[in-house]
Design a binder for this molecule. Sequence first.
Ligand code: SAM
Length: 257
Amino acid sequence: MKRRARQLAADRRSSRLARAQVGDRSELFTEAVGGLPPVYGERWVEVDGRAFRAFEPGRSKLAAGIARAWTGPVPKSGERWLYLGAATGTTASHIADLVGPNGAVYAIERSPRPFARLLALAERWPPLLPILGDARALRDYSALVPPVAGIYVDVAQPDQVEIVRSNAALFLERPGGAVVVALKTASMGRERDPAGHLREAEAQLRPLVELAPSVRLDPFHKGHYLVGGHARGELFRLDSSPAARPSPVRRRARPRP
Ligand code: SAM
C-alpha cells in the first residue's frame, strides 16, 4: 500500500496539500495526520519520512474541485472547520489532514450508520471531532462548536443553501470566514437543469459570500458544483437563522377528562 513517490511538490493553496506529476497527469495528496491502515483504501506514499495519502477527484468533491483549478478557499494548517454531512469521513479525513495536528474538524453527520464508522476513524485521526446531529438543528451542537475559519457542506439536500447560510452565520469567524459547498443539483428539484440550479444557488449566496468562480465537478461527480468563497459582513447582519432560535414552547392539548 505504501509506495515511494518520485516527486511531490507542495501546493501553494495549503501547506499540507501536495501534487505529484505522473506523465501528463497531476495527482493530489494530503499529508496524513493519522497512521496506516488507509481510511478507505487510498494509496499512500512516503517522502522524506512524511506520509501522504492520495486525494482522488473521483472519491472527494473537494479533490475534484481542486483538480479543476478551484480558486476558492482550501483548509489550511492550524484552522478549525465545520463539516456538514461528513458520512463515513472520506473527505472529512482529508480536511483533517489539511488542518493538521493543530487544527480541528467538527464533523456533523445525522445518520447513525456512517456516524459509527466516522467515530471509529476519529480515534486514530485526531483533528476529526464527530458529532451525531442534524445540520438544520444548530442548537443541538452549538455548545460543542467554537467559531471556525471555514465551513464545508456536502449534505445533498434540497435546502442545502439555507443550511449553509444558517450554519455560516452562527459558526463562522468574521469577517472573511471560508464557505465551501459541494452543491448537488439533483437534490434541488426537477424544474431547472444543473446550470439553472447553480445560478439560483449563486444568486442566493452572492449577497452573503464573495464567491470564487464555481467549478463543475462532472464527470467525477455528476451534476455537482463546488461553490463558495469568503463571507461578507451581510452574512452576520441577518438573524442567525430560524433554526438557531429557541423554538416556541408548544403546549400540548390537555386530554379531556
Ligand atoms: N461528504 C461526504 C464525503 O465526501 O465523504 C459525503 C457526504 S454524502 C453526499 C451526504 C451526507 O450528508 C450523508 O451521509 C447524509 O447522511 C448526510 N446528511 C444529509 N442531511 C443531513 C443533515 N440535515 N444533517 C447532517 N447530515 C446530513
